[in-house]
Design a protein around this ligand. Structure first.
Ligand code: ADE
Length: 208
C-alpha cells in the first residue's frame, strides 16, 4: 500500500492566529529581535508574517533541508545554503513553520550561533511533541501520538501533487484518487484541484 499519511490542512485564518500567538509571546518576553532568520522553505512565509507583526525590517534566509517529498524525510537534516546576510552582534529569531523531528531547527540554531549573534531564539507555528528540539516560542503543540502531515497553504500544491501521484499508483483516475485522499489522508480535495494536478502528473484515467 502506498505511503499516504494522515493530514491536517490549516487555512490562512489558522496561520494568522498562530502567528499572532507567537508574536504576543515574543513581545511578552521583550525579545523583539533585530533580525529574523527564515528557514527555507517552510519558514519563509511565517517569518515574513512575524516580521510584519513585530515591526522587524531585517529578514535573512537560511536553507535547511530534511523533508524531500511530502512526509518523507530525506536522511539527516542538512544546511544546503548559508545565511543570506550577516547576523554578528544581532539579536536573532530563527523561524520555521513546524518542529517535527527538530533536526532542521537544531542545526540552524547551531549554524547561526557560530555566526556570532548577540542572542539566538527560535520560533515555529506548530511544535510536535516528539521533536528533540523545543523552540523558544510556538503557538500550538501537537501531541506525538496525534502526528499528522500538515498541509500548510504554502505547500498545498506540492503536497497534493505528491500525495495524488502516490494515490494514483494504487487507485488511478481523478475520482478514485479523490476518494483515496479523503479516506486515507483525511483530505477533502476539490475535483478541480486534482484536474489541475493531472495536467502535470499522470493520475490515470477515470473509467468511462
Ligand atoms: N515538515 C516537517 N514535518 C512536517 C509535518 N508534520 N507537516 C508538515 N511539514 C512538515
Amino acid at each position: 500500500m502506498a505511503d499516504l499519511p494522515r493530514c491536517r490542512r490549516p487555512g490562512w485564518d489558522d496561520i494568522d492566529r498562530w502567528a499572532s500567538i507567537v508574536a504576543r509571546k515574543v513581545l511578552a518576553a521583550e525579545a523583539v529581535p533585530e533580525t529574523i532568520v527564515g528557514l527555507t522553505r517552510g519558514g519563509w512565509v511565517p517569518s515574513r508574517i512575524l516580521a510584519d507583526r513585530l515591526g522587524v525590517r531585517r529578514l535573512v534566509s537560511l536553507r535547511a533541508q530534511h523533508w524531500g517529498v511530502t512526509a518523507t524525510p530525506d536522511g539527516v537534516a542538512s544546511l544546503t545554503e548559508g545565511l543570506s546576510g550577516p547576523v554578528d552582534g544581532h539579536t536573532v529569531l530563527i523561524v520555521d513553520d513546524i518542529t517535527d523531528t527538530g533536526e532542521s531547527l537544531a542545526l540552524a540554531a547551531k549554524h547561526v550561533l557560530a555566526a556570532g549573534p548577540a542572542r539566538v531564539e527560535t520560533a515555529t507555528l506548530l511544535h510536535i511533541g516528539r521533536s528533540s528540539f523545543v523552540p523558544t516560542y510556538f503557538a500550538e503543540e501537537i501531541p506525538r501520538d496525534a502526528w499528522a502531515w500538515i498541509v500548510f497553504p504554502w505547500n498545498y500544491w506540492e503536497d497534493l501533487r505528491s500525495l495524488a501521484a502516490r494515490a494514483a499508483a494504487e487507485t488511478p483516475g481523478i475520482d478514485a484518487v479523490r476518494r483515496t485522499l479523503l479516506e486515507r489522508c483525511g483530505l477533502d480535495v476539490p475535483r478541480e484541484d486534482l484536474a489541475w494536478i493531472g495536467r502535470t502528473v499522470a493520475l490515470g484515467r477515470d473509467p468511462s
